[in-house]
Design a binder for this molecule. Structure first.
Ligand SMILES: [Mg+2]
Length: 316
């Protein structure tokens, strides 16, 4: 993985057409979930895993939080497509020295969330090994009368919006976030959302996922980005954390400019903050600061300088 990276491997897998195509599939690799049309039903299917030492530290957070997070990440992908979760299955690799009580806590963490989201965990697989705890959850969801919102529908001129606040989720939010399933659904029921993703890799990376899939660019305004209190606690450059930290599981979406107020009012009525952070442009992913300085935003954060604002003449 060190030579090409995760993204390179995913691109290679996408190229292996024979193994990942089926006549039933209408949304393939490259979105939050894959889509299947079976009869009249639009189904969505995907999986996500959490690993001790990568996505959580078992000794710090405990087994229950790890179990909850494994399902929550999947439910956030369901939210990203404005779908309704149906069922999940889980596959768990337990460390061989793990106490039964701890293993039970993984299940309770998952089940509490499953109940809240009406998405029961109906089966799976258990194994034990010499490695660390690894939990993989697979989720099935349905369109339930709405077309899934893909990453690929952003159009030039669209407004770019993001819910909540970003950055510093490592201080706690990554374990306790609430998947925005109901909120995404409420939006999609009343507004034509053009593209949507959940912010799991970080704003900069996830914005690139939208622009890559939609074959467009984006300009976001630094002063509009909702910087979280946690990001401010992490050091002198909170904006960088808001751009680059992952695992906020907020919704990043694009829609026609004229629908911005409606989206704000729908989310406001659900008690969810939303920020209008920029617009879809033809190409490039650009961050503009309040002085008009522009930087190209790489998939990981700042990259290179594009345009400096002309210095203003001083009065007198
Ligand atoms: Mg996602």
């Amino acid at each position: 993985m060190s030579d090409k990276g995760e993204r390179g491997l995913i691109d290679w897998i996408r190229g292996q057409k024979k193994s990942c195509k089926s006549a039933l599939v209408n949304i393939g690799i490259g979105d939050d979930l894959a889509g299947l049309r079976i009869g009249d039903e639009q189904l969505l299917y995907g999986c996500d895993q959490v690993l001790d030492g990568v996505h959580f530290r078992l000794n710090d957070c405990g087994a229950k939080a790890a179990g909850r997070k494994a399902l929550a990440r999947n439910l956030s992908d369901v939210a990203a497509m404005a779908a309704v979760p149906v069922v999940a299955v889980a596959s768990v690799a337990l460390p061989e020295n793990m106490a039964t009580k701890q293993a039970q806590e993984i299940v309770s963490g998952m089940n509490e969330l499953a109940e809240e989201f009406n998405c029961p965990v109906i089966g799976g697989d258990l194994g034990s090994w010499t490695g660390a705890l690894a939990i993989s959850v697979s989720v099935l969801a349905k369109g339930a009368g709405l077309e899934p919102v893909k990453r690929s529908g952003a159009k030039e001129g669209d407004a770019i919006m993001v819910t909540g606040e970003l950055g510093g989720s490592i201080l706690g939010k990554h374990l306790v976030f609430k998947p925005l399933v109901k909120e995404a659904r409420a939006l999609a029921e009343q507004i034509k959302l053009h593209a949507m993703i959940d912010v799991s890799d970080g704003l900069a990376v996830d914005l690139h996922h939208i622009t890559n899939e939609s074959k467009c660019g984006a300009e976001i305004r630094a002063e509009k980005i909702p910087v979280s209190e946690a990001a401010k606690k992490l050091g002198p450059e909170p904006l960088e954390h808001s751009l680059a930290d992952g695992e906020d599981y907020e919704l990043l979406f694009t829609l026609s400019e004229k629908e911005v107020h409606k989206a704000q009012s729908i989310l406001g009525s659900l008690g969810v903050k939303v920020s209008h952070i920029g617009r879809i442009i033809k190409q490039g992913v650009i961050l503009t600061d309040e002085n008009g300085n522009q930087r190209e935003l790489s998939a990981t954060g700042f990259e290179h300088f594009v345009k400096k604002a002309q210095s203003r003449k001083r009065n007198g």
